[in-house]
Design a binder for this molecule. Structure first.
Ligand SMILES: [Zn+2]
Length: 487
């Protein structure tokens, strides 16, 4: 397939031409949520970013298998095999079964992503549904000599691994620095090396989520699930592996090590990472107290927010920043995004109402379309795409006001361009108006007003016009009848 797509590969730290291993097929794996609490906005940004990537690859004609897992077991509080099991702890707090916690927050996660209009992945595998695959992979890593068992727990032998492979390939950190940043082994530690990590963990008697294995009853380590599930559904080598940038240093580094030790291949050709969120310039985090949840953002029910914003306005806001840049939340920035989103949706609503003119178009749709593709081909540069789409908005408004000519082919081209980039690629839909109900309601109101005018009841017709204007709906009388648009 011929395309000009270039993307930034964390592995090589540069932009590379996108050449899938088996075109037209593309395999993409994205690390999904750990479903023990409400999904936070940073995660939403990651999944909206990969939704944009998924949508653009589909738009280019690729047959994409998009796998995004659900972590529902094995994730301890610390990244280095320490702390409580996240599910068991929450289950205890909420007096629920761990799988009730999983169900509750999986449903919540899906609901939030539905509001953000993300497409569902092709496969959404769970860690608990793939215990045997994980055990098989751990067995293979032991057979290859890169893991060892101590008292029912299996550890990956990083010291052995670094003799043959590069453990720092994804982050380019120095191994010595990594060692210095890891806590000293104390006498009771079963690990041979400080960087070793658990592939399988022996369950303590009180641990509820447990499975039999060749090493006794236990549960999988967090990193092994993604290696086992990505290779099961996408093969030992696939095209894109993605996630939040906070996953690169440990989780993804360990995924690469597991796949290399097991299959002697890099699992993914391209590694892509999304940047983090900040609030008024400071990193968003629960502990800093400046984090808010998606539903708080939608309702405005949070001390840092002056009002609520629709999920689509928030999606637009996220896409106004490139996925590799930080994204700063502030009331001013959200207000500006909300206005921009409404302008874009208004132009989308006007588009079907435009009439072609006999005069030749005074602009070139083809050139605008080329610039839209060029933006997305440059590492999915959605902010540049959005800037180009505002050129289209300007054209739509000028044609609507009778200030710009548009011939039939140009109008058709403009409609296709907006449909492709606004709806299909950016995934933006009007979540306020645009429904059939709303259209019918507007038709009825316009008919009532026109009836009042015919009866010379100008007081009523003016009241209707002013009332609509107060809620941001403008009426325009023309030869073809009365048109309306949101301002
Ligand atoms: Zn993962």
């Amino acid at each position: 397939m011929d395309n000009q797509l270039v993307l930034y590969n964390t592995l090589t730290r540069k932009k590379e031409k996108f050449e899938p291993l088996h075109p037209p097929f593309v395999g993409m794996y994205v690390c999904g949520p750990t479903v023990y609490s409400d999904v936070h906005l940073g995660n939403c940004r990651t999944f909206v970013s990969f939704d944009l990537i998924f949508r653009y690859l589909l738009h280019l004609g690729y047959k994409v298998r998009y796998v995004r897992n659900i972590t529902d077991a094995g994730h301890l509080e610390g990244d280095h095999d320490e702390g409580d099991d996240k599910f068991a702890k929450k289950a205890k707090l909420e007096k629920l079964e761990p799988m009730e916690i999983v169900q509750k927050y999986t449903l919540g996660f899906h609901e939030v992503l539905r509001l953000f209009n993300t497409l569902p992945p092709s496969i959404e595998p769970t860690a608990t549904g793939h215990i045997s695959e994980q055990i098989e992979m751990v067995k293979k890593i032991i057979e290859q000599g890169y893991a060892y068992e101590v008292n029912g727990t299996v550890y990956f032998d990083v010291e052995k691994y670094v003799k043959e492979y590069d453990y720092t390939t994804l982050t380019n950190r120095k191994l010595d620095d990594m060692l210095n940043n890891t806590r000293e082994l104390n006498g009771q530690d079963e690990k041979r090396g400080r960087l070793d990590f658990a592939l399988w963990i022996k369950a303590k008697p009180e641990h509820i989520m447990r499975w039999p294995s060749p090493w006794g009853v236990g549960f999988p380590g967090w990193h092994i699930e993604c290696s086992a599930m990505s290779s099961k559904y996408l093969g030992e080598q696939f095209d894109i592996h993605g996630g939040g940038m906070d996953l690169a240093a440990t989780h993804h580094t360990n995924e690469i090590a597991q796949s290399q030790a097991c299959n002697h291949t890099q699992p993914a050709k391209y590694w892509m990472h999304t940047n983090m969120l900040t609030v008024n310039g400071a990193r968003m985090s629960k502990s800093a107290g400046n984090g808010f949840l998606p539903h708080e953002l939608f309702s405005g029910n949070h001390s840092l927010l002056s009002r609520g914003y629709s999920p689509m306005a928030v999606r637009f806001f996220m896409l106004q920043a490139h996925y590799r840049s930080t994204l700063d939340f502030s009331n001013e920035a959200l207000d500006a995004a909300d206005k921009g989103f409404k302008r874009l949706m208004n132009a989308m609503a006007l588009l079907p109402k435009l009439k072609a003119t006999a005069k030749k178009a005074e602009f070139k749709v083809d050139e605008l379309q080329q610039r839209c593709y060029a933006a997305m081909d440059d590492d999915f540069n959605s902010p540049v795409l959005i800037a180009e789409l505002f050129e289209a908005v300007r054209i739509v408004n000028s044609v609507y006001d009778g200030k710009l000519a548009i011939d039939e082919p140009s109008l058709a081209g403009l409609k296709t361009l907006m449909q492709h980039f606004v709806h299909d690629v950016l995934g933006l839909i009007d979540d306020n108006t645009g429904s059939d109900d709303f259209e019918q309601l507007m038709e009825m109101i316009i008919a009532l007003r026109n009836g009042a005018k015919q009866n010379k009841d100008y007081a009523t017709s003016d009241r209707i016009r002013e009332g609509l204007s107060a809620i941001g709906i403008q009426l325009k009388d023309s030869k073809e009848g009365t048109l309306w648009n949101k301002i």
